[in-house]
Design a protein around this ligand. Structure first.
Ligand code: SF4
Ligand code: SF4
Length: 673
């Protein structure tokens, strides 16, 4: 016998339960059919190229952190809070409903006594949070819509459905309170507060009729919402969570390799089904939140790229594959043959300009709350373009130069040591034993501006007594740009093999690079092909040499320096402090932090082949330079040759050569010794 308990199916005829469970069976059938169709669509994708089920503990931890903990969602204060209200209410109200079902169906005495009081408090509180959250989300979409948030009818409809479920829940409970005046009515503090306003003075019989009508309405809306789950954005509750769980275990800076590249007939993506099942499932988990787009430098520069659109077009094309093949719409039918037309995915649904605009900066991936791997998707499409020889002239020229001359500048191999003329540089070929190989990189070897940085690095290494050597004419391109431009074959079969051979010959164990792109390749990508060396970025080594007293910057430098984080040093490899600490060791220098710095840094525009590709839109480096100048700086500091080239270009574009300098960390420290 219950002391204080929940009257389930109060004021309803016995047949109500029969109707409810019959409807529920139909709902379950529709949900199962929807899930079956979607899983079928994912299965049309190619096999995954990496293990998505390794390291289960870390996967579960990330799933809890990002799905249940909403960690990335909460980066946006208002939007994150709204989502947290709705999401937490969903979880709690789902548990509440399950408890009611358990008691009703299995006769368990769960909702009784103090537990029932706590249960009611939770139900009221999270019901209120649901209504508040939905109201906030609707206002945010209709009245205070931030740039980047879509106002789409699917979202509005879903929000209205959820809000109606919440509101009718309160109306039903308040009707019950008005009719029965239970002892614990105050515990249902929201329903109890509104009951007198809604039902005060209403005859008992009428309250019963209203209650019963609302109950059926609430049931139909809730079941309608449940049945629609696999067909609307709400699918992200399942697919988004799965996407997080299945996230890659690769290091952040590593692209997914194409195995057996020599035999692989489809190294990239031409049709949507050339994506892997995981990529399709992840795209289906997109919440349309726009966080990726908000962070994308190419989008900010007005280029024709939005990472959200890339994902949503993939999702849309996949959905077309499922549903249009069942019921093709008129515009998807060829008028003469009556066959369904499948649009060209890579060269129609997606556009080459969109795909080539990406700098692979990783800002989108860092922001995405469901851990979609945008860079891999984009590079896979590039791989498809390269395999099908559908590439813009600028890309073709850069790749040809890399293939023909071994560097993207297209300069002769004999010029590779021009930077070292007249300075004391030890070469490995001289038979010297060395601890570190100083990998100069194509930019450090060929680009006149960066040759100065290479000389500064050598002066620091010599001064600190580091035991090192360079490869000189035996050095070649590490292949980073080629890989990110989709030329996986040239990267794997050309660059990786050549580097392996030379490194084996000299028994190289540690490599110093001044280029974060080379650094990332040595650290994160060559291990995929069995080449394991310890990669050290020059900014880290310089910082350590200063700390060890082997370098002592003394000469004051009065630069007010806006320090720019290279994406491949920072976001891809989490190195933010070392260059700053090295610069701060120089007396007199001040670092003016930009609004977008460190993890939130903004790309210079050169990565991912951006250095070589022309895409319509404003230049990303000009935007970044403007951000640096807004700090009041008279210099821009970086630790990357590509960034340096980009800032020099922006300085020239703004005619500021006499007043603003672009400096590498090695130059700043070397000038101060
Ligand atoms: S990697 Fe960077 S440039 Fe590419 S889509 Fe993402 S945010 Fe945009
Ligand atoms: S891809 Fe990720 S960040 Fe971008 S809109 Fe979708 S869920 Fe949001």
């Amino acid at each position: 016998m219950k002391t204080i308990g929940r009257p389930i199916m109060w004021n309803l005829p016995h047949v109500a339960a029969v109707i409810m469970y019959s409807l529920f069976a139909v709902v379950l059938f529709i949900v199962a059919w929807g899930v079956y169709m979607r899983v079928g669509a994912y299965r049309k994708g190619r096999q995954e190229r990496e293990d998505r089920f390794d390291n289960l503990r870390a996967r579960l931890r990330d799933t809890f952190r990002l799905a249940l903990g909403q960690q990335r969602v909460l980066h946006r204060k208002f939007g994150g809070l709204i989502h947290l209200c709705i999401f937490s209410a969903f979880i709690v109200l789902f548990i509440v409903t399950c408890l009611v079902a358990l008691e009703y169906d299995f006769g368990l005495m769960i909702l009784d006594g103090n537990f029932y009081i706590v249960f009611k408090l939770f139900a009221e509180t999270f019901g209120a949070l649901l209504v508040l959250g939905v109201t906030g989300a609707l206002l945010r979409r209709i009245l205070f819509r931030p740039e980047g948030l879509t106002k789409d009818n699917d979202d509005l409809f879903q929000l209205l459905l959820i809000g109606t479920i919440g509101v009718t829940g309160f109306l039903i409970e308040s009707a019950r309170i008005a009719a029965t005046d239970p002892v614990i009515a105050p515990v249902s503090y929201v329903s109890n507060a509104i009951a007198p306003y809604l039902y005060g003075g209403m005859p008992f019989r009428e309250i019963l009729v209203v209650h019963r009508t609302l109950w059926w309405f609430h049931l139909l809306i809730a079941f309608g919402f449940l049945a629609s789950l696999p067909f609307t954005k709400m699918i992200h509750m399942g697919t988004g969570t799965a996407s997080i769980f299945l996230r890659t275990s690769r290091p952040k800076g590593a692209l997914q390799p194409v195995p057996n590249i020599e035999e692989e007939e489809k190294p990239g993506v031409a049709a949507v089904t050339d994506f892997s099942w995981k990529q399709l499932l992840s795209a289906d988990g997109c919440t349309k939140c726009g966080r990726c787009q908000d962070e994308c430098p190419a989008f900010a520069a007005g280029m024709p790229l939005s990472p959200r659109e890339v994902v949503l077009k993939t999702k849309g094309q996949m959905s077309d594959e499922i549903y249009c093949s069942l019921v093709p719409s008129a515009e998807n039918l060829d008028r003469t043959t009556g066959m369904r037309i499948v649009p060209d995915f890579a060269n129609g649904v997606l556009t080459p300009d969109e795909i080539w605009a990406c700098t692979t900066c990783r800002a989108c991936m860092q922001a995405c709350p469901v851990m979609i791997e945008h860079i891999d998707m984009i590079v896979d499409v590039r791989r498809g373009y390269v395999a099908g020889a559908k590439i813009p002239d600028t890309v073709r020229t850069a790749l040809r130069k890399m293939g023909d001359t071994g560097n993207p500048w297209g300069l002769p191999q004999d010029d590779r040591i021009a930077w070292a003329a007249g300075i004391d540089v030890p070469f490995a070929a001289g038979g010297k034993e060395f601890e570190y190989l100083y990998w100069v990189g194509c930019a450090g070897a060929y680009d006149p501006r960066n040759q100065k940085v290479s000389r500064a690095v050598v002066s620091l290494l010599n001064r600190a007594g580091v035991n090192y050597a360079t490869l000189g004419l035996e050095e070649m391109c590490c292949g980073e740009s080629a890989r990110r431009m989709g030329e996986e074959g040239l990267f794997q079969l050309g660059m990786v093999e050549m580097v392996k051979e030379v490194f084996r010959a000299y028994n190289v164990k540690k490599v110093i690079t001044q280029c974060p792109h080379c650094f990332n390749t040595f650290r994160n990508e060559y291990p995929q092909f069995g080449l394991n060396v310890e990669a050290v970025h020059h900014s880290v080594l310089i910082r350590d040499l200063i700390a060890a007293g082997k370098l002592s910057p003394r000469k004051a430098n009065n630069l007010a320096l806006a320090f720019h984080d290279s994406c491949y040093l920072g976001r891809h490899n989490d190195i933010f402090d070392a260059p700053r600490e090295a610069i701060r060791a120089v007396p007199g220098i001040a670092i003016n932090e930009m609004e977008k710095a460190r993890e939130e840094g903004f790309c210079c525009g050169a990565g991912g082949g951006g250095m070589w590709v022309e895409v319509p839109g404003k230049r990303i480096n000009h935007l970044r330079f403007d951000q640096a100048m807004r700090t009041g700086a008279n210099a821009v500091g970086s630790a990357c040759p590509y960034c340096l080239i980009m800032f020099d270009d922006a300085i020239k574009f703004n005619n500021l050569e006499d007043s603003v300098k672009a400096r590498d960390v090695a130059e700043i420290v070397a000038e101060s010794l």
